[in-house]
Design a protein. Sequence first.
Length: 210
Amino acid sequence: MVEPVDAIRAIHNAFRNDLEHIDAAALDSARGKEGLAATVERFRFFNEALVWHAHGEELAIFPVLENVAPLVAEAYVKDHRGLDAAFDELSKSYASHDPLTTARATAAFRFHLNIHLDKEDTHLYRIFTERVSLPEQGKAVGIMSSTVPQERFPEMVAWMFPLMGQDDRENMTRIWQMVMPAPAFAGAKELIKGAVGSDWAELTHRIPTL
Ligand SMILES: [Fe+2]
C-alpha cells in the first residue's frame, strides 16, 4: 500500500541520482574530459527543484512535525540553508570556468545532500509517519507539492521520472492518481508517458488503471 511519504522518498532518490551524475561529470571535466558541460549544467534545474522541495518541507511538513516532535525540524532547516550555500559555491565556481573548484563544489554539495536526505528518510520522516495521522500526512504532502509553480510542472516531470527507478515511478504515479483531480491527472499521465519513453509499458503493467 502506497503512503504519502513514498512520494517524498521517490523525489529524494531522484535528487541523489541527478547529483551523483553531475558530480561524476564535474570530476571527469576536471580531469580534462570534453563534452560534459550539458551534464554539469543540470545543476541549475536540479537546484530549482531542490529549492521548491525544501520550501515545501518548511511550509507543510516541518510545522506539522513541530506539534508532535518539538525542535526536531530546526536542525533540518539549517541543513537546507547549507544546501543553499553549497549551490551558491557551485554557481560561483562554474561561472568562473574553473573545472577544479567546480568539481570540489559538486563533491561537497553531493556529500551534504546525501547525509541530509538519509537523515530525513530514516529520522525525520520516520517520526512524521509514526506520530502524524495518515490523513494529516496526505494533507501536508499535498500542500508541499503546491510549491512547484504550475507552469513548471511539465519540466519537473520530465526531469524527475527518468531519474527514478520503477518502484518510485509507480509510487509517485499512484499517489498523483489518488490526490489529483481527474483532468489534472490526465495531463500528468501524458507527461509521465513522454518522460519514461519505452518504460511506459512497465508502468501500465504495474498500474492497470492507467
Ligand atoms: Fe529536506
